[in-house]
Design a binder for this molecule. Sequence first.
Ligand code: ADP
Ligand code: MG
Length: 636
Amino acid sequence: MKEYEIYELLKKYGINTPKYEVFDIDAPLYFDRFPAVLKIASDKVVHKSDVGGVRVGIDSPEELEVARQEVVENLQQRGIFLDINDKFIVEEFVQGEEFYIGGLYDTIFEEILLFGKGGTLIEIEKDVCYIDTQANKEEILRSFKTTKISKMFPTFRGKKYRLEFVVDVVQKFQKLFINENIEQFDVNPLIYTDEGFVAVDARLKPGKKQKRAKRIRSSNIFANQNIAIFGATDKENKVGYALAKNSLSSSANIYFVNPHLDTLFGKKVYKSIDELPPIDTAVIAIPAHLVLELIEELGKRGVKNIIVISAGFKEVGNKEAEEKMASLARKYDLNVIGPNCLGIYNSQKNLNLTFARASILPGNIALISQSGAVLTALIDKAYTHSLGFSHIISLGNMADFDFADAINAMEQEENCIYINIYAEGLQNGKSYLEAIRNTNKPIAIYKAGKTKEAKKAAFSHTGNISGDYDMLIGLSYAAGAIIKEDIDELIFASQFAHFSEVLIITNAGGPGTILTDLVVQHGKKIYRLSKQEIEQLNAILPSTWSHNNPVDIIGDATAQRYQKTLEVLYKPHLLIFVLVTPQFMTEPLPIAKIITKYKNVIPIFFGEESFKEVFNYFQEQKVLYFNDLENVANIL
Ligand code: ADP
Ligand code: MG
């Protein structure tokens, strides 16, 4: 498509373009709006200015004629000879700041827009953001605000820049990209003017885009009252043993199935599916080659929830079996989790259908993970620090049930307050973003694989500046997710998310200052001591105390001094850090014992050798503690 044809398409969607005239290659040029721009429109030229095919700042008909001679010569010098298929465009010169908008079709996210600073340095500056074609106004703005150029809004050097124009032009391109058969496009520059944005250059690649069918689920994955574990076994080294053992604590009805066993943990073992009473949930830990047949049987019997623990599918190249599994899920309207997963957990029924080694404590975080191994590590850590979960979902290979399904499932679960996700890769990006957009719960995501591998595409800027990690993170953030940089934050941060104010009690000034920085950087406030509190502290602390929060109670602080300070300042709505450095007078263990008497008081024993006994004590007591300052950020 030639530039002027694209202009007509843009106009159809209400997108402004400059006034222009098109001329045959040897027709006389005339134009009455100056300053004007002359451009070549030829299929032989991709980036016009690279070959001298654009002349700006033309002020008269005479200059226009000169410009035309120059363009023809420039092209000839580069071996480009014009013919009757080529045209000249003469158009208005548009004054304003140069932006850029592009669209690409991604196999995961489908149609995605890129928007940001335009101009010739776009590939170097990469000052762009990602916007989903389904993004609403709020989301468009959240995304745009991550760019540097957005700082010009609402005013820059005395000139007004209107965000409504940004939303308006993005929404128009969203419509255009969804409706038209365009695979990729880019508009550079898209010029900001007082009347709105004007597209003065556009390139596009036609092509049909594939649409993924949306999966509507009719049953709740956590409606588990009658559960069968296929592959339950007495062999301690097998997954089926751990699953059976972990399931015993539940209030739901659990049935074990194994053709070679009579009883397990004092319960009857059923020989086959035919002997079983009606069930709603099946956990499958049998050899991979028997799994599909079993799912078909379960589907026929109306069992809705199936958790496939068994491995040996896509991860070992067995793609076909996994595709079959997905089609069975659709055929019988099933929720199939896995294969190759750790299982699920629901605190409400104390239902542990995982083969994790460590026990799982109840809490208010739903942890959704693609990797079973990462999940076991986090469960282990959480138990050490007495942290719990409302739900755990190990997604495994995601043949059927994916991130979007997991997020949607959490919407109805009252005991889930936070949704935390560990992701490696996605398959269905649009439904994932929609789930984030629609949830009312805080949702945090950690994405593995950060290398910024840019996709190569010679066609446009759009292909050159987009990167997989950046795109996933940018889109997730815009849709409303909190992006986590450290895996540990997935289990720690939510526990303290509701505290907005922080109190620091310390026996050293420096570490107190470092901690203050961390607290403020993570968006929490430093609590202001009241006059009364300061007076009370004056009565019990040496006169050199800081008279401020961080409350520096001086290097010679004893356990008793920590105790008295806490007695004056403790408040249940404050997140309190008690910082201890190993000084000569410090009594580590007595201080530790005082701290554990309080809720929401987090000990930071900044040191190593002098605190060995204290760390053992905390581990025994399952108390969350820190031995450095940097990691404290994980809970902020
Ligand atoms: P290409 O990107 O193919 O080299 P453009 O049409 O984008 O060609 O023109 C090159 C540059 O000339 C633009 O980036 C812009 O700075 C300027 N330009 C082109 N057309 C106009 C116009 N109508 N008004 C103002 N500036 C223009
Ligand atoms: Mg251009």
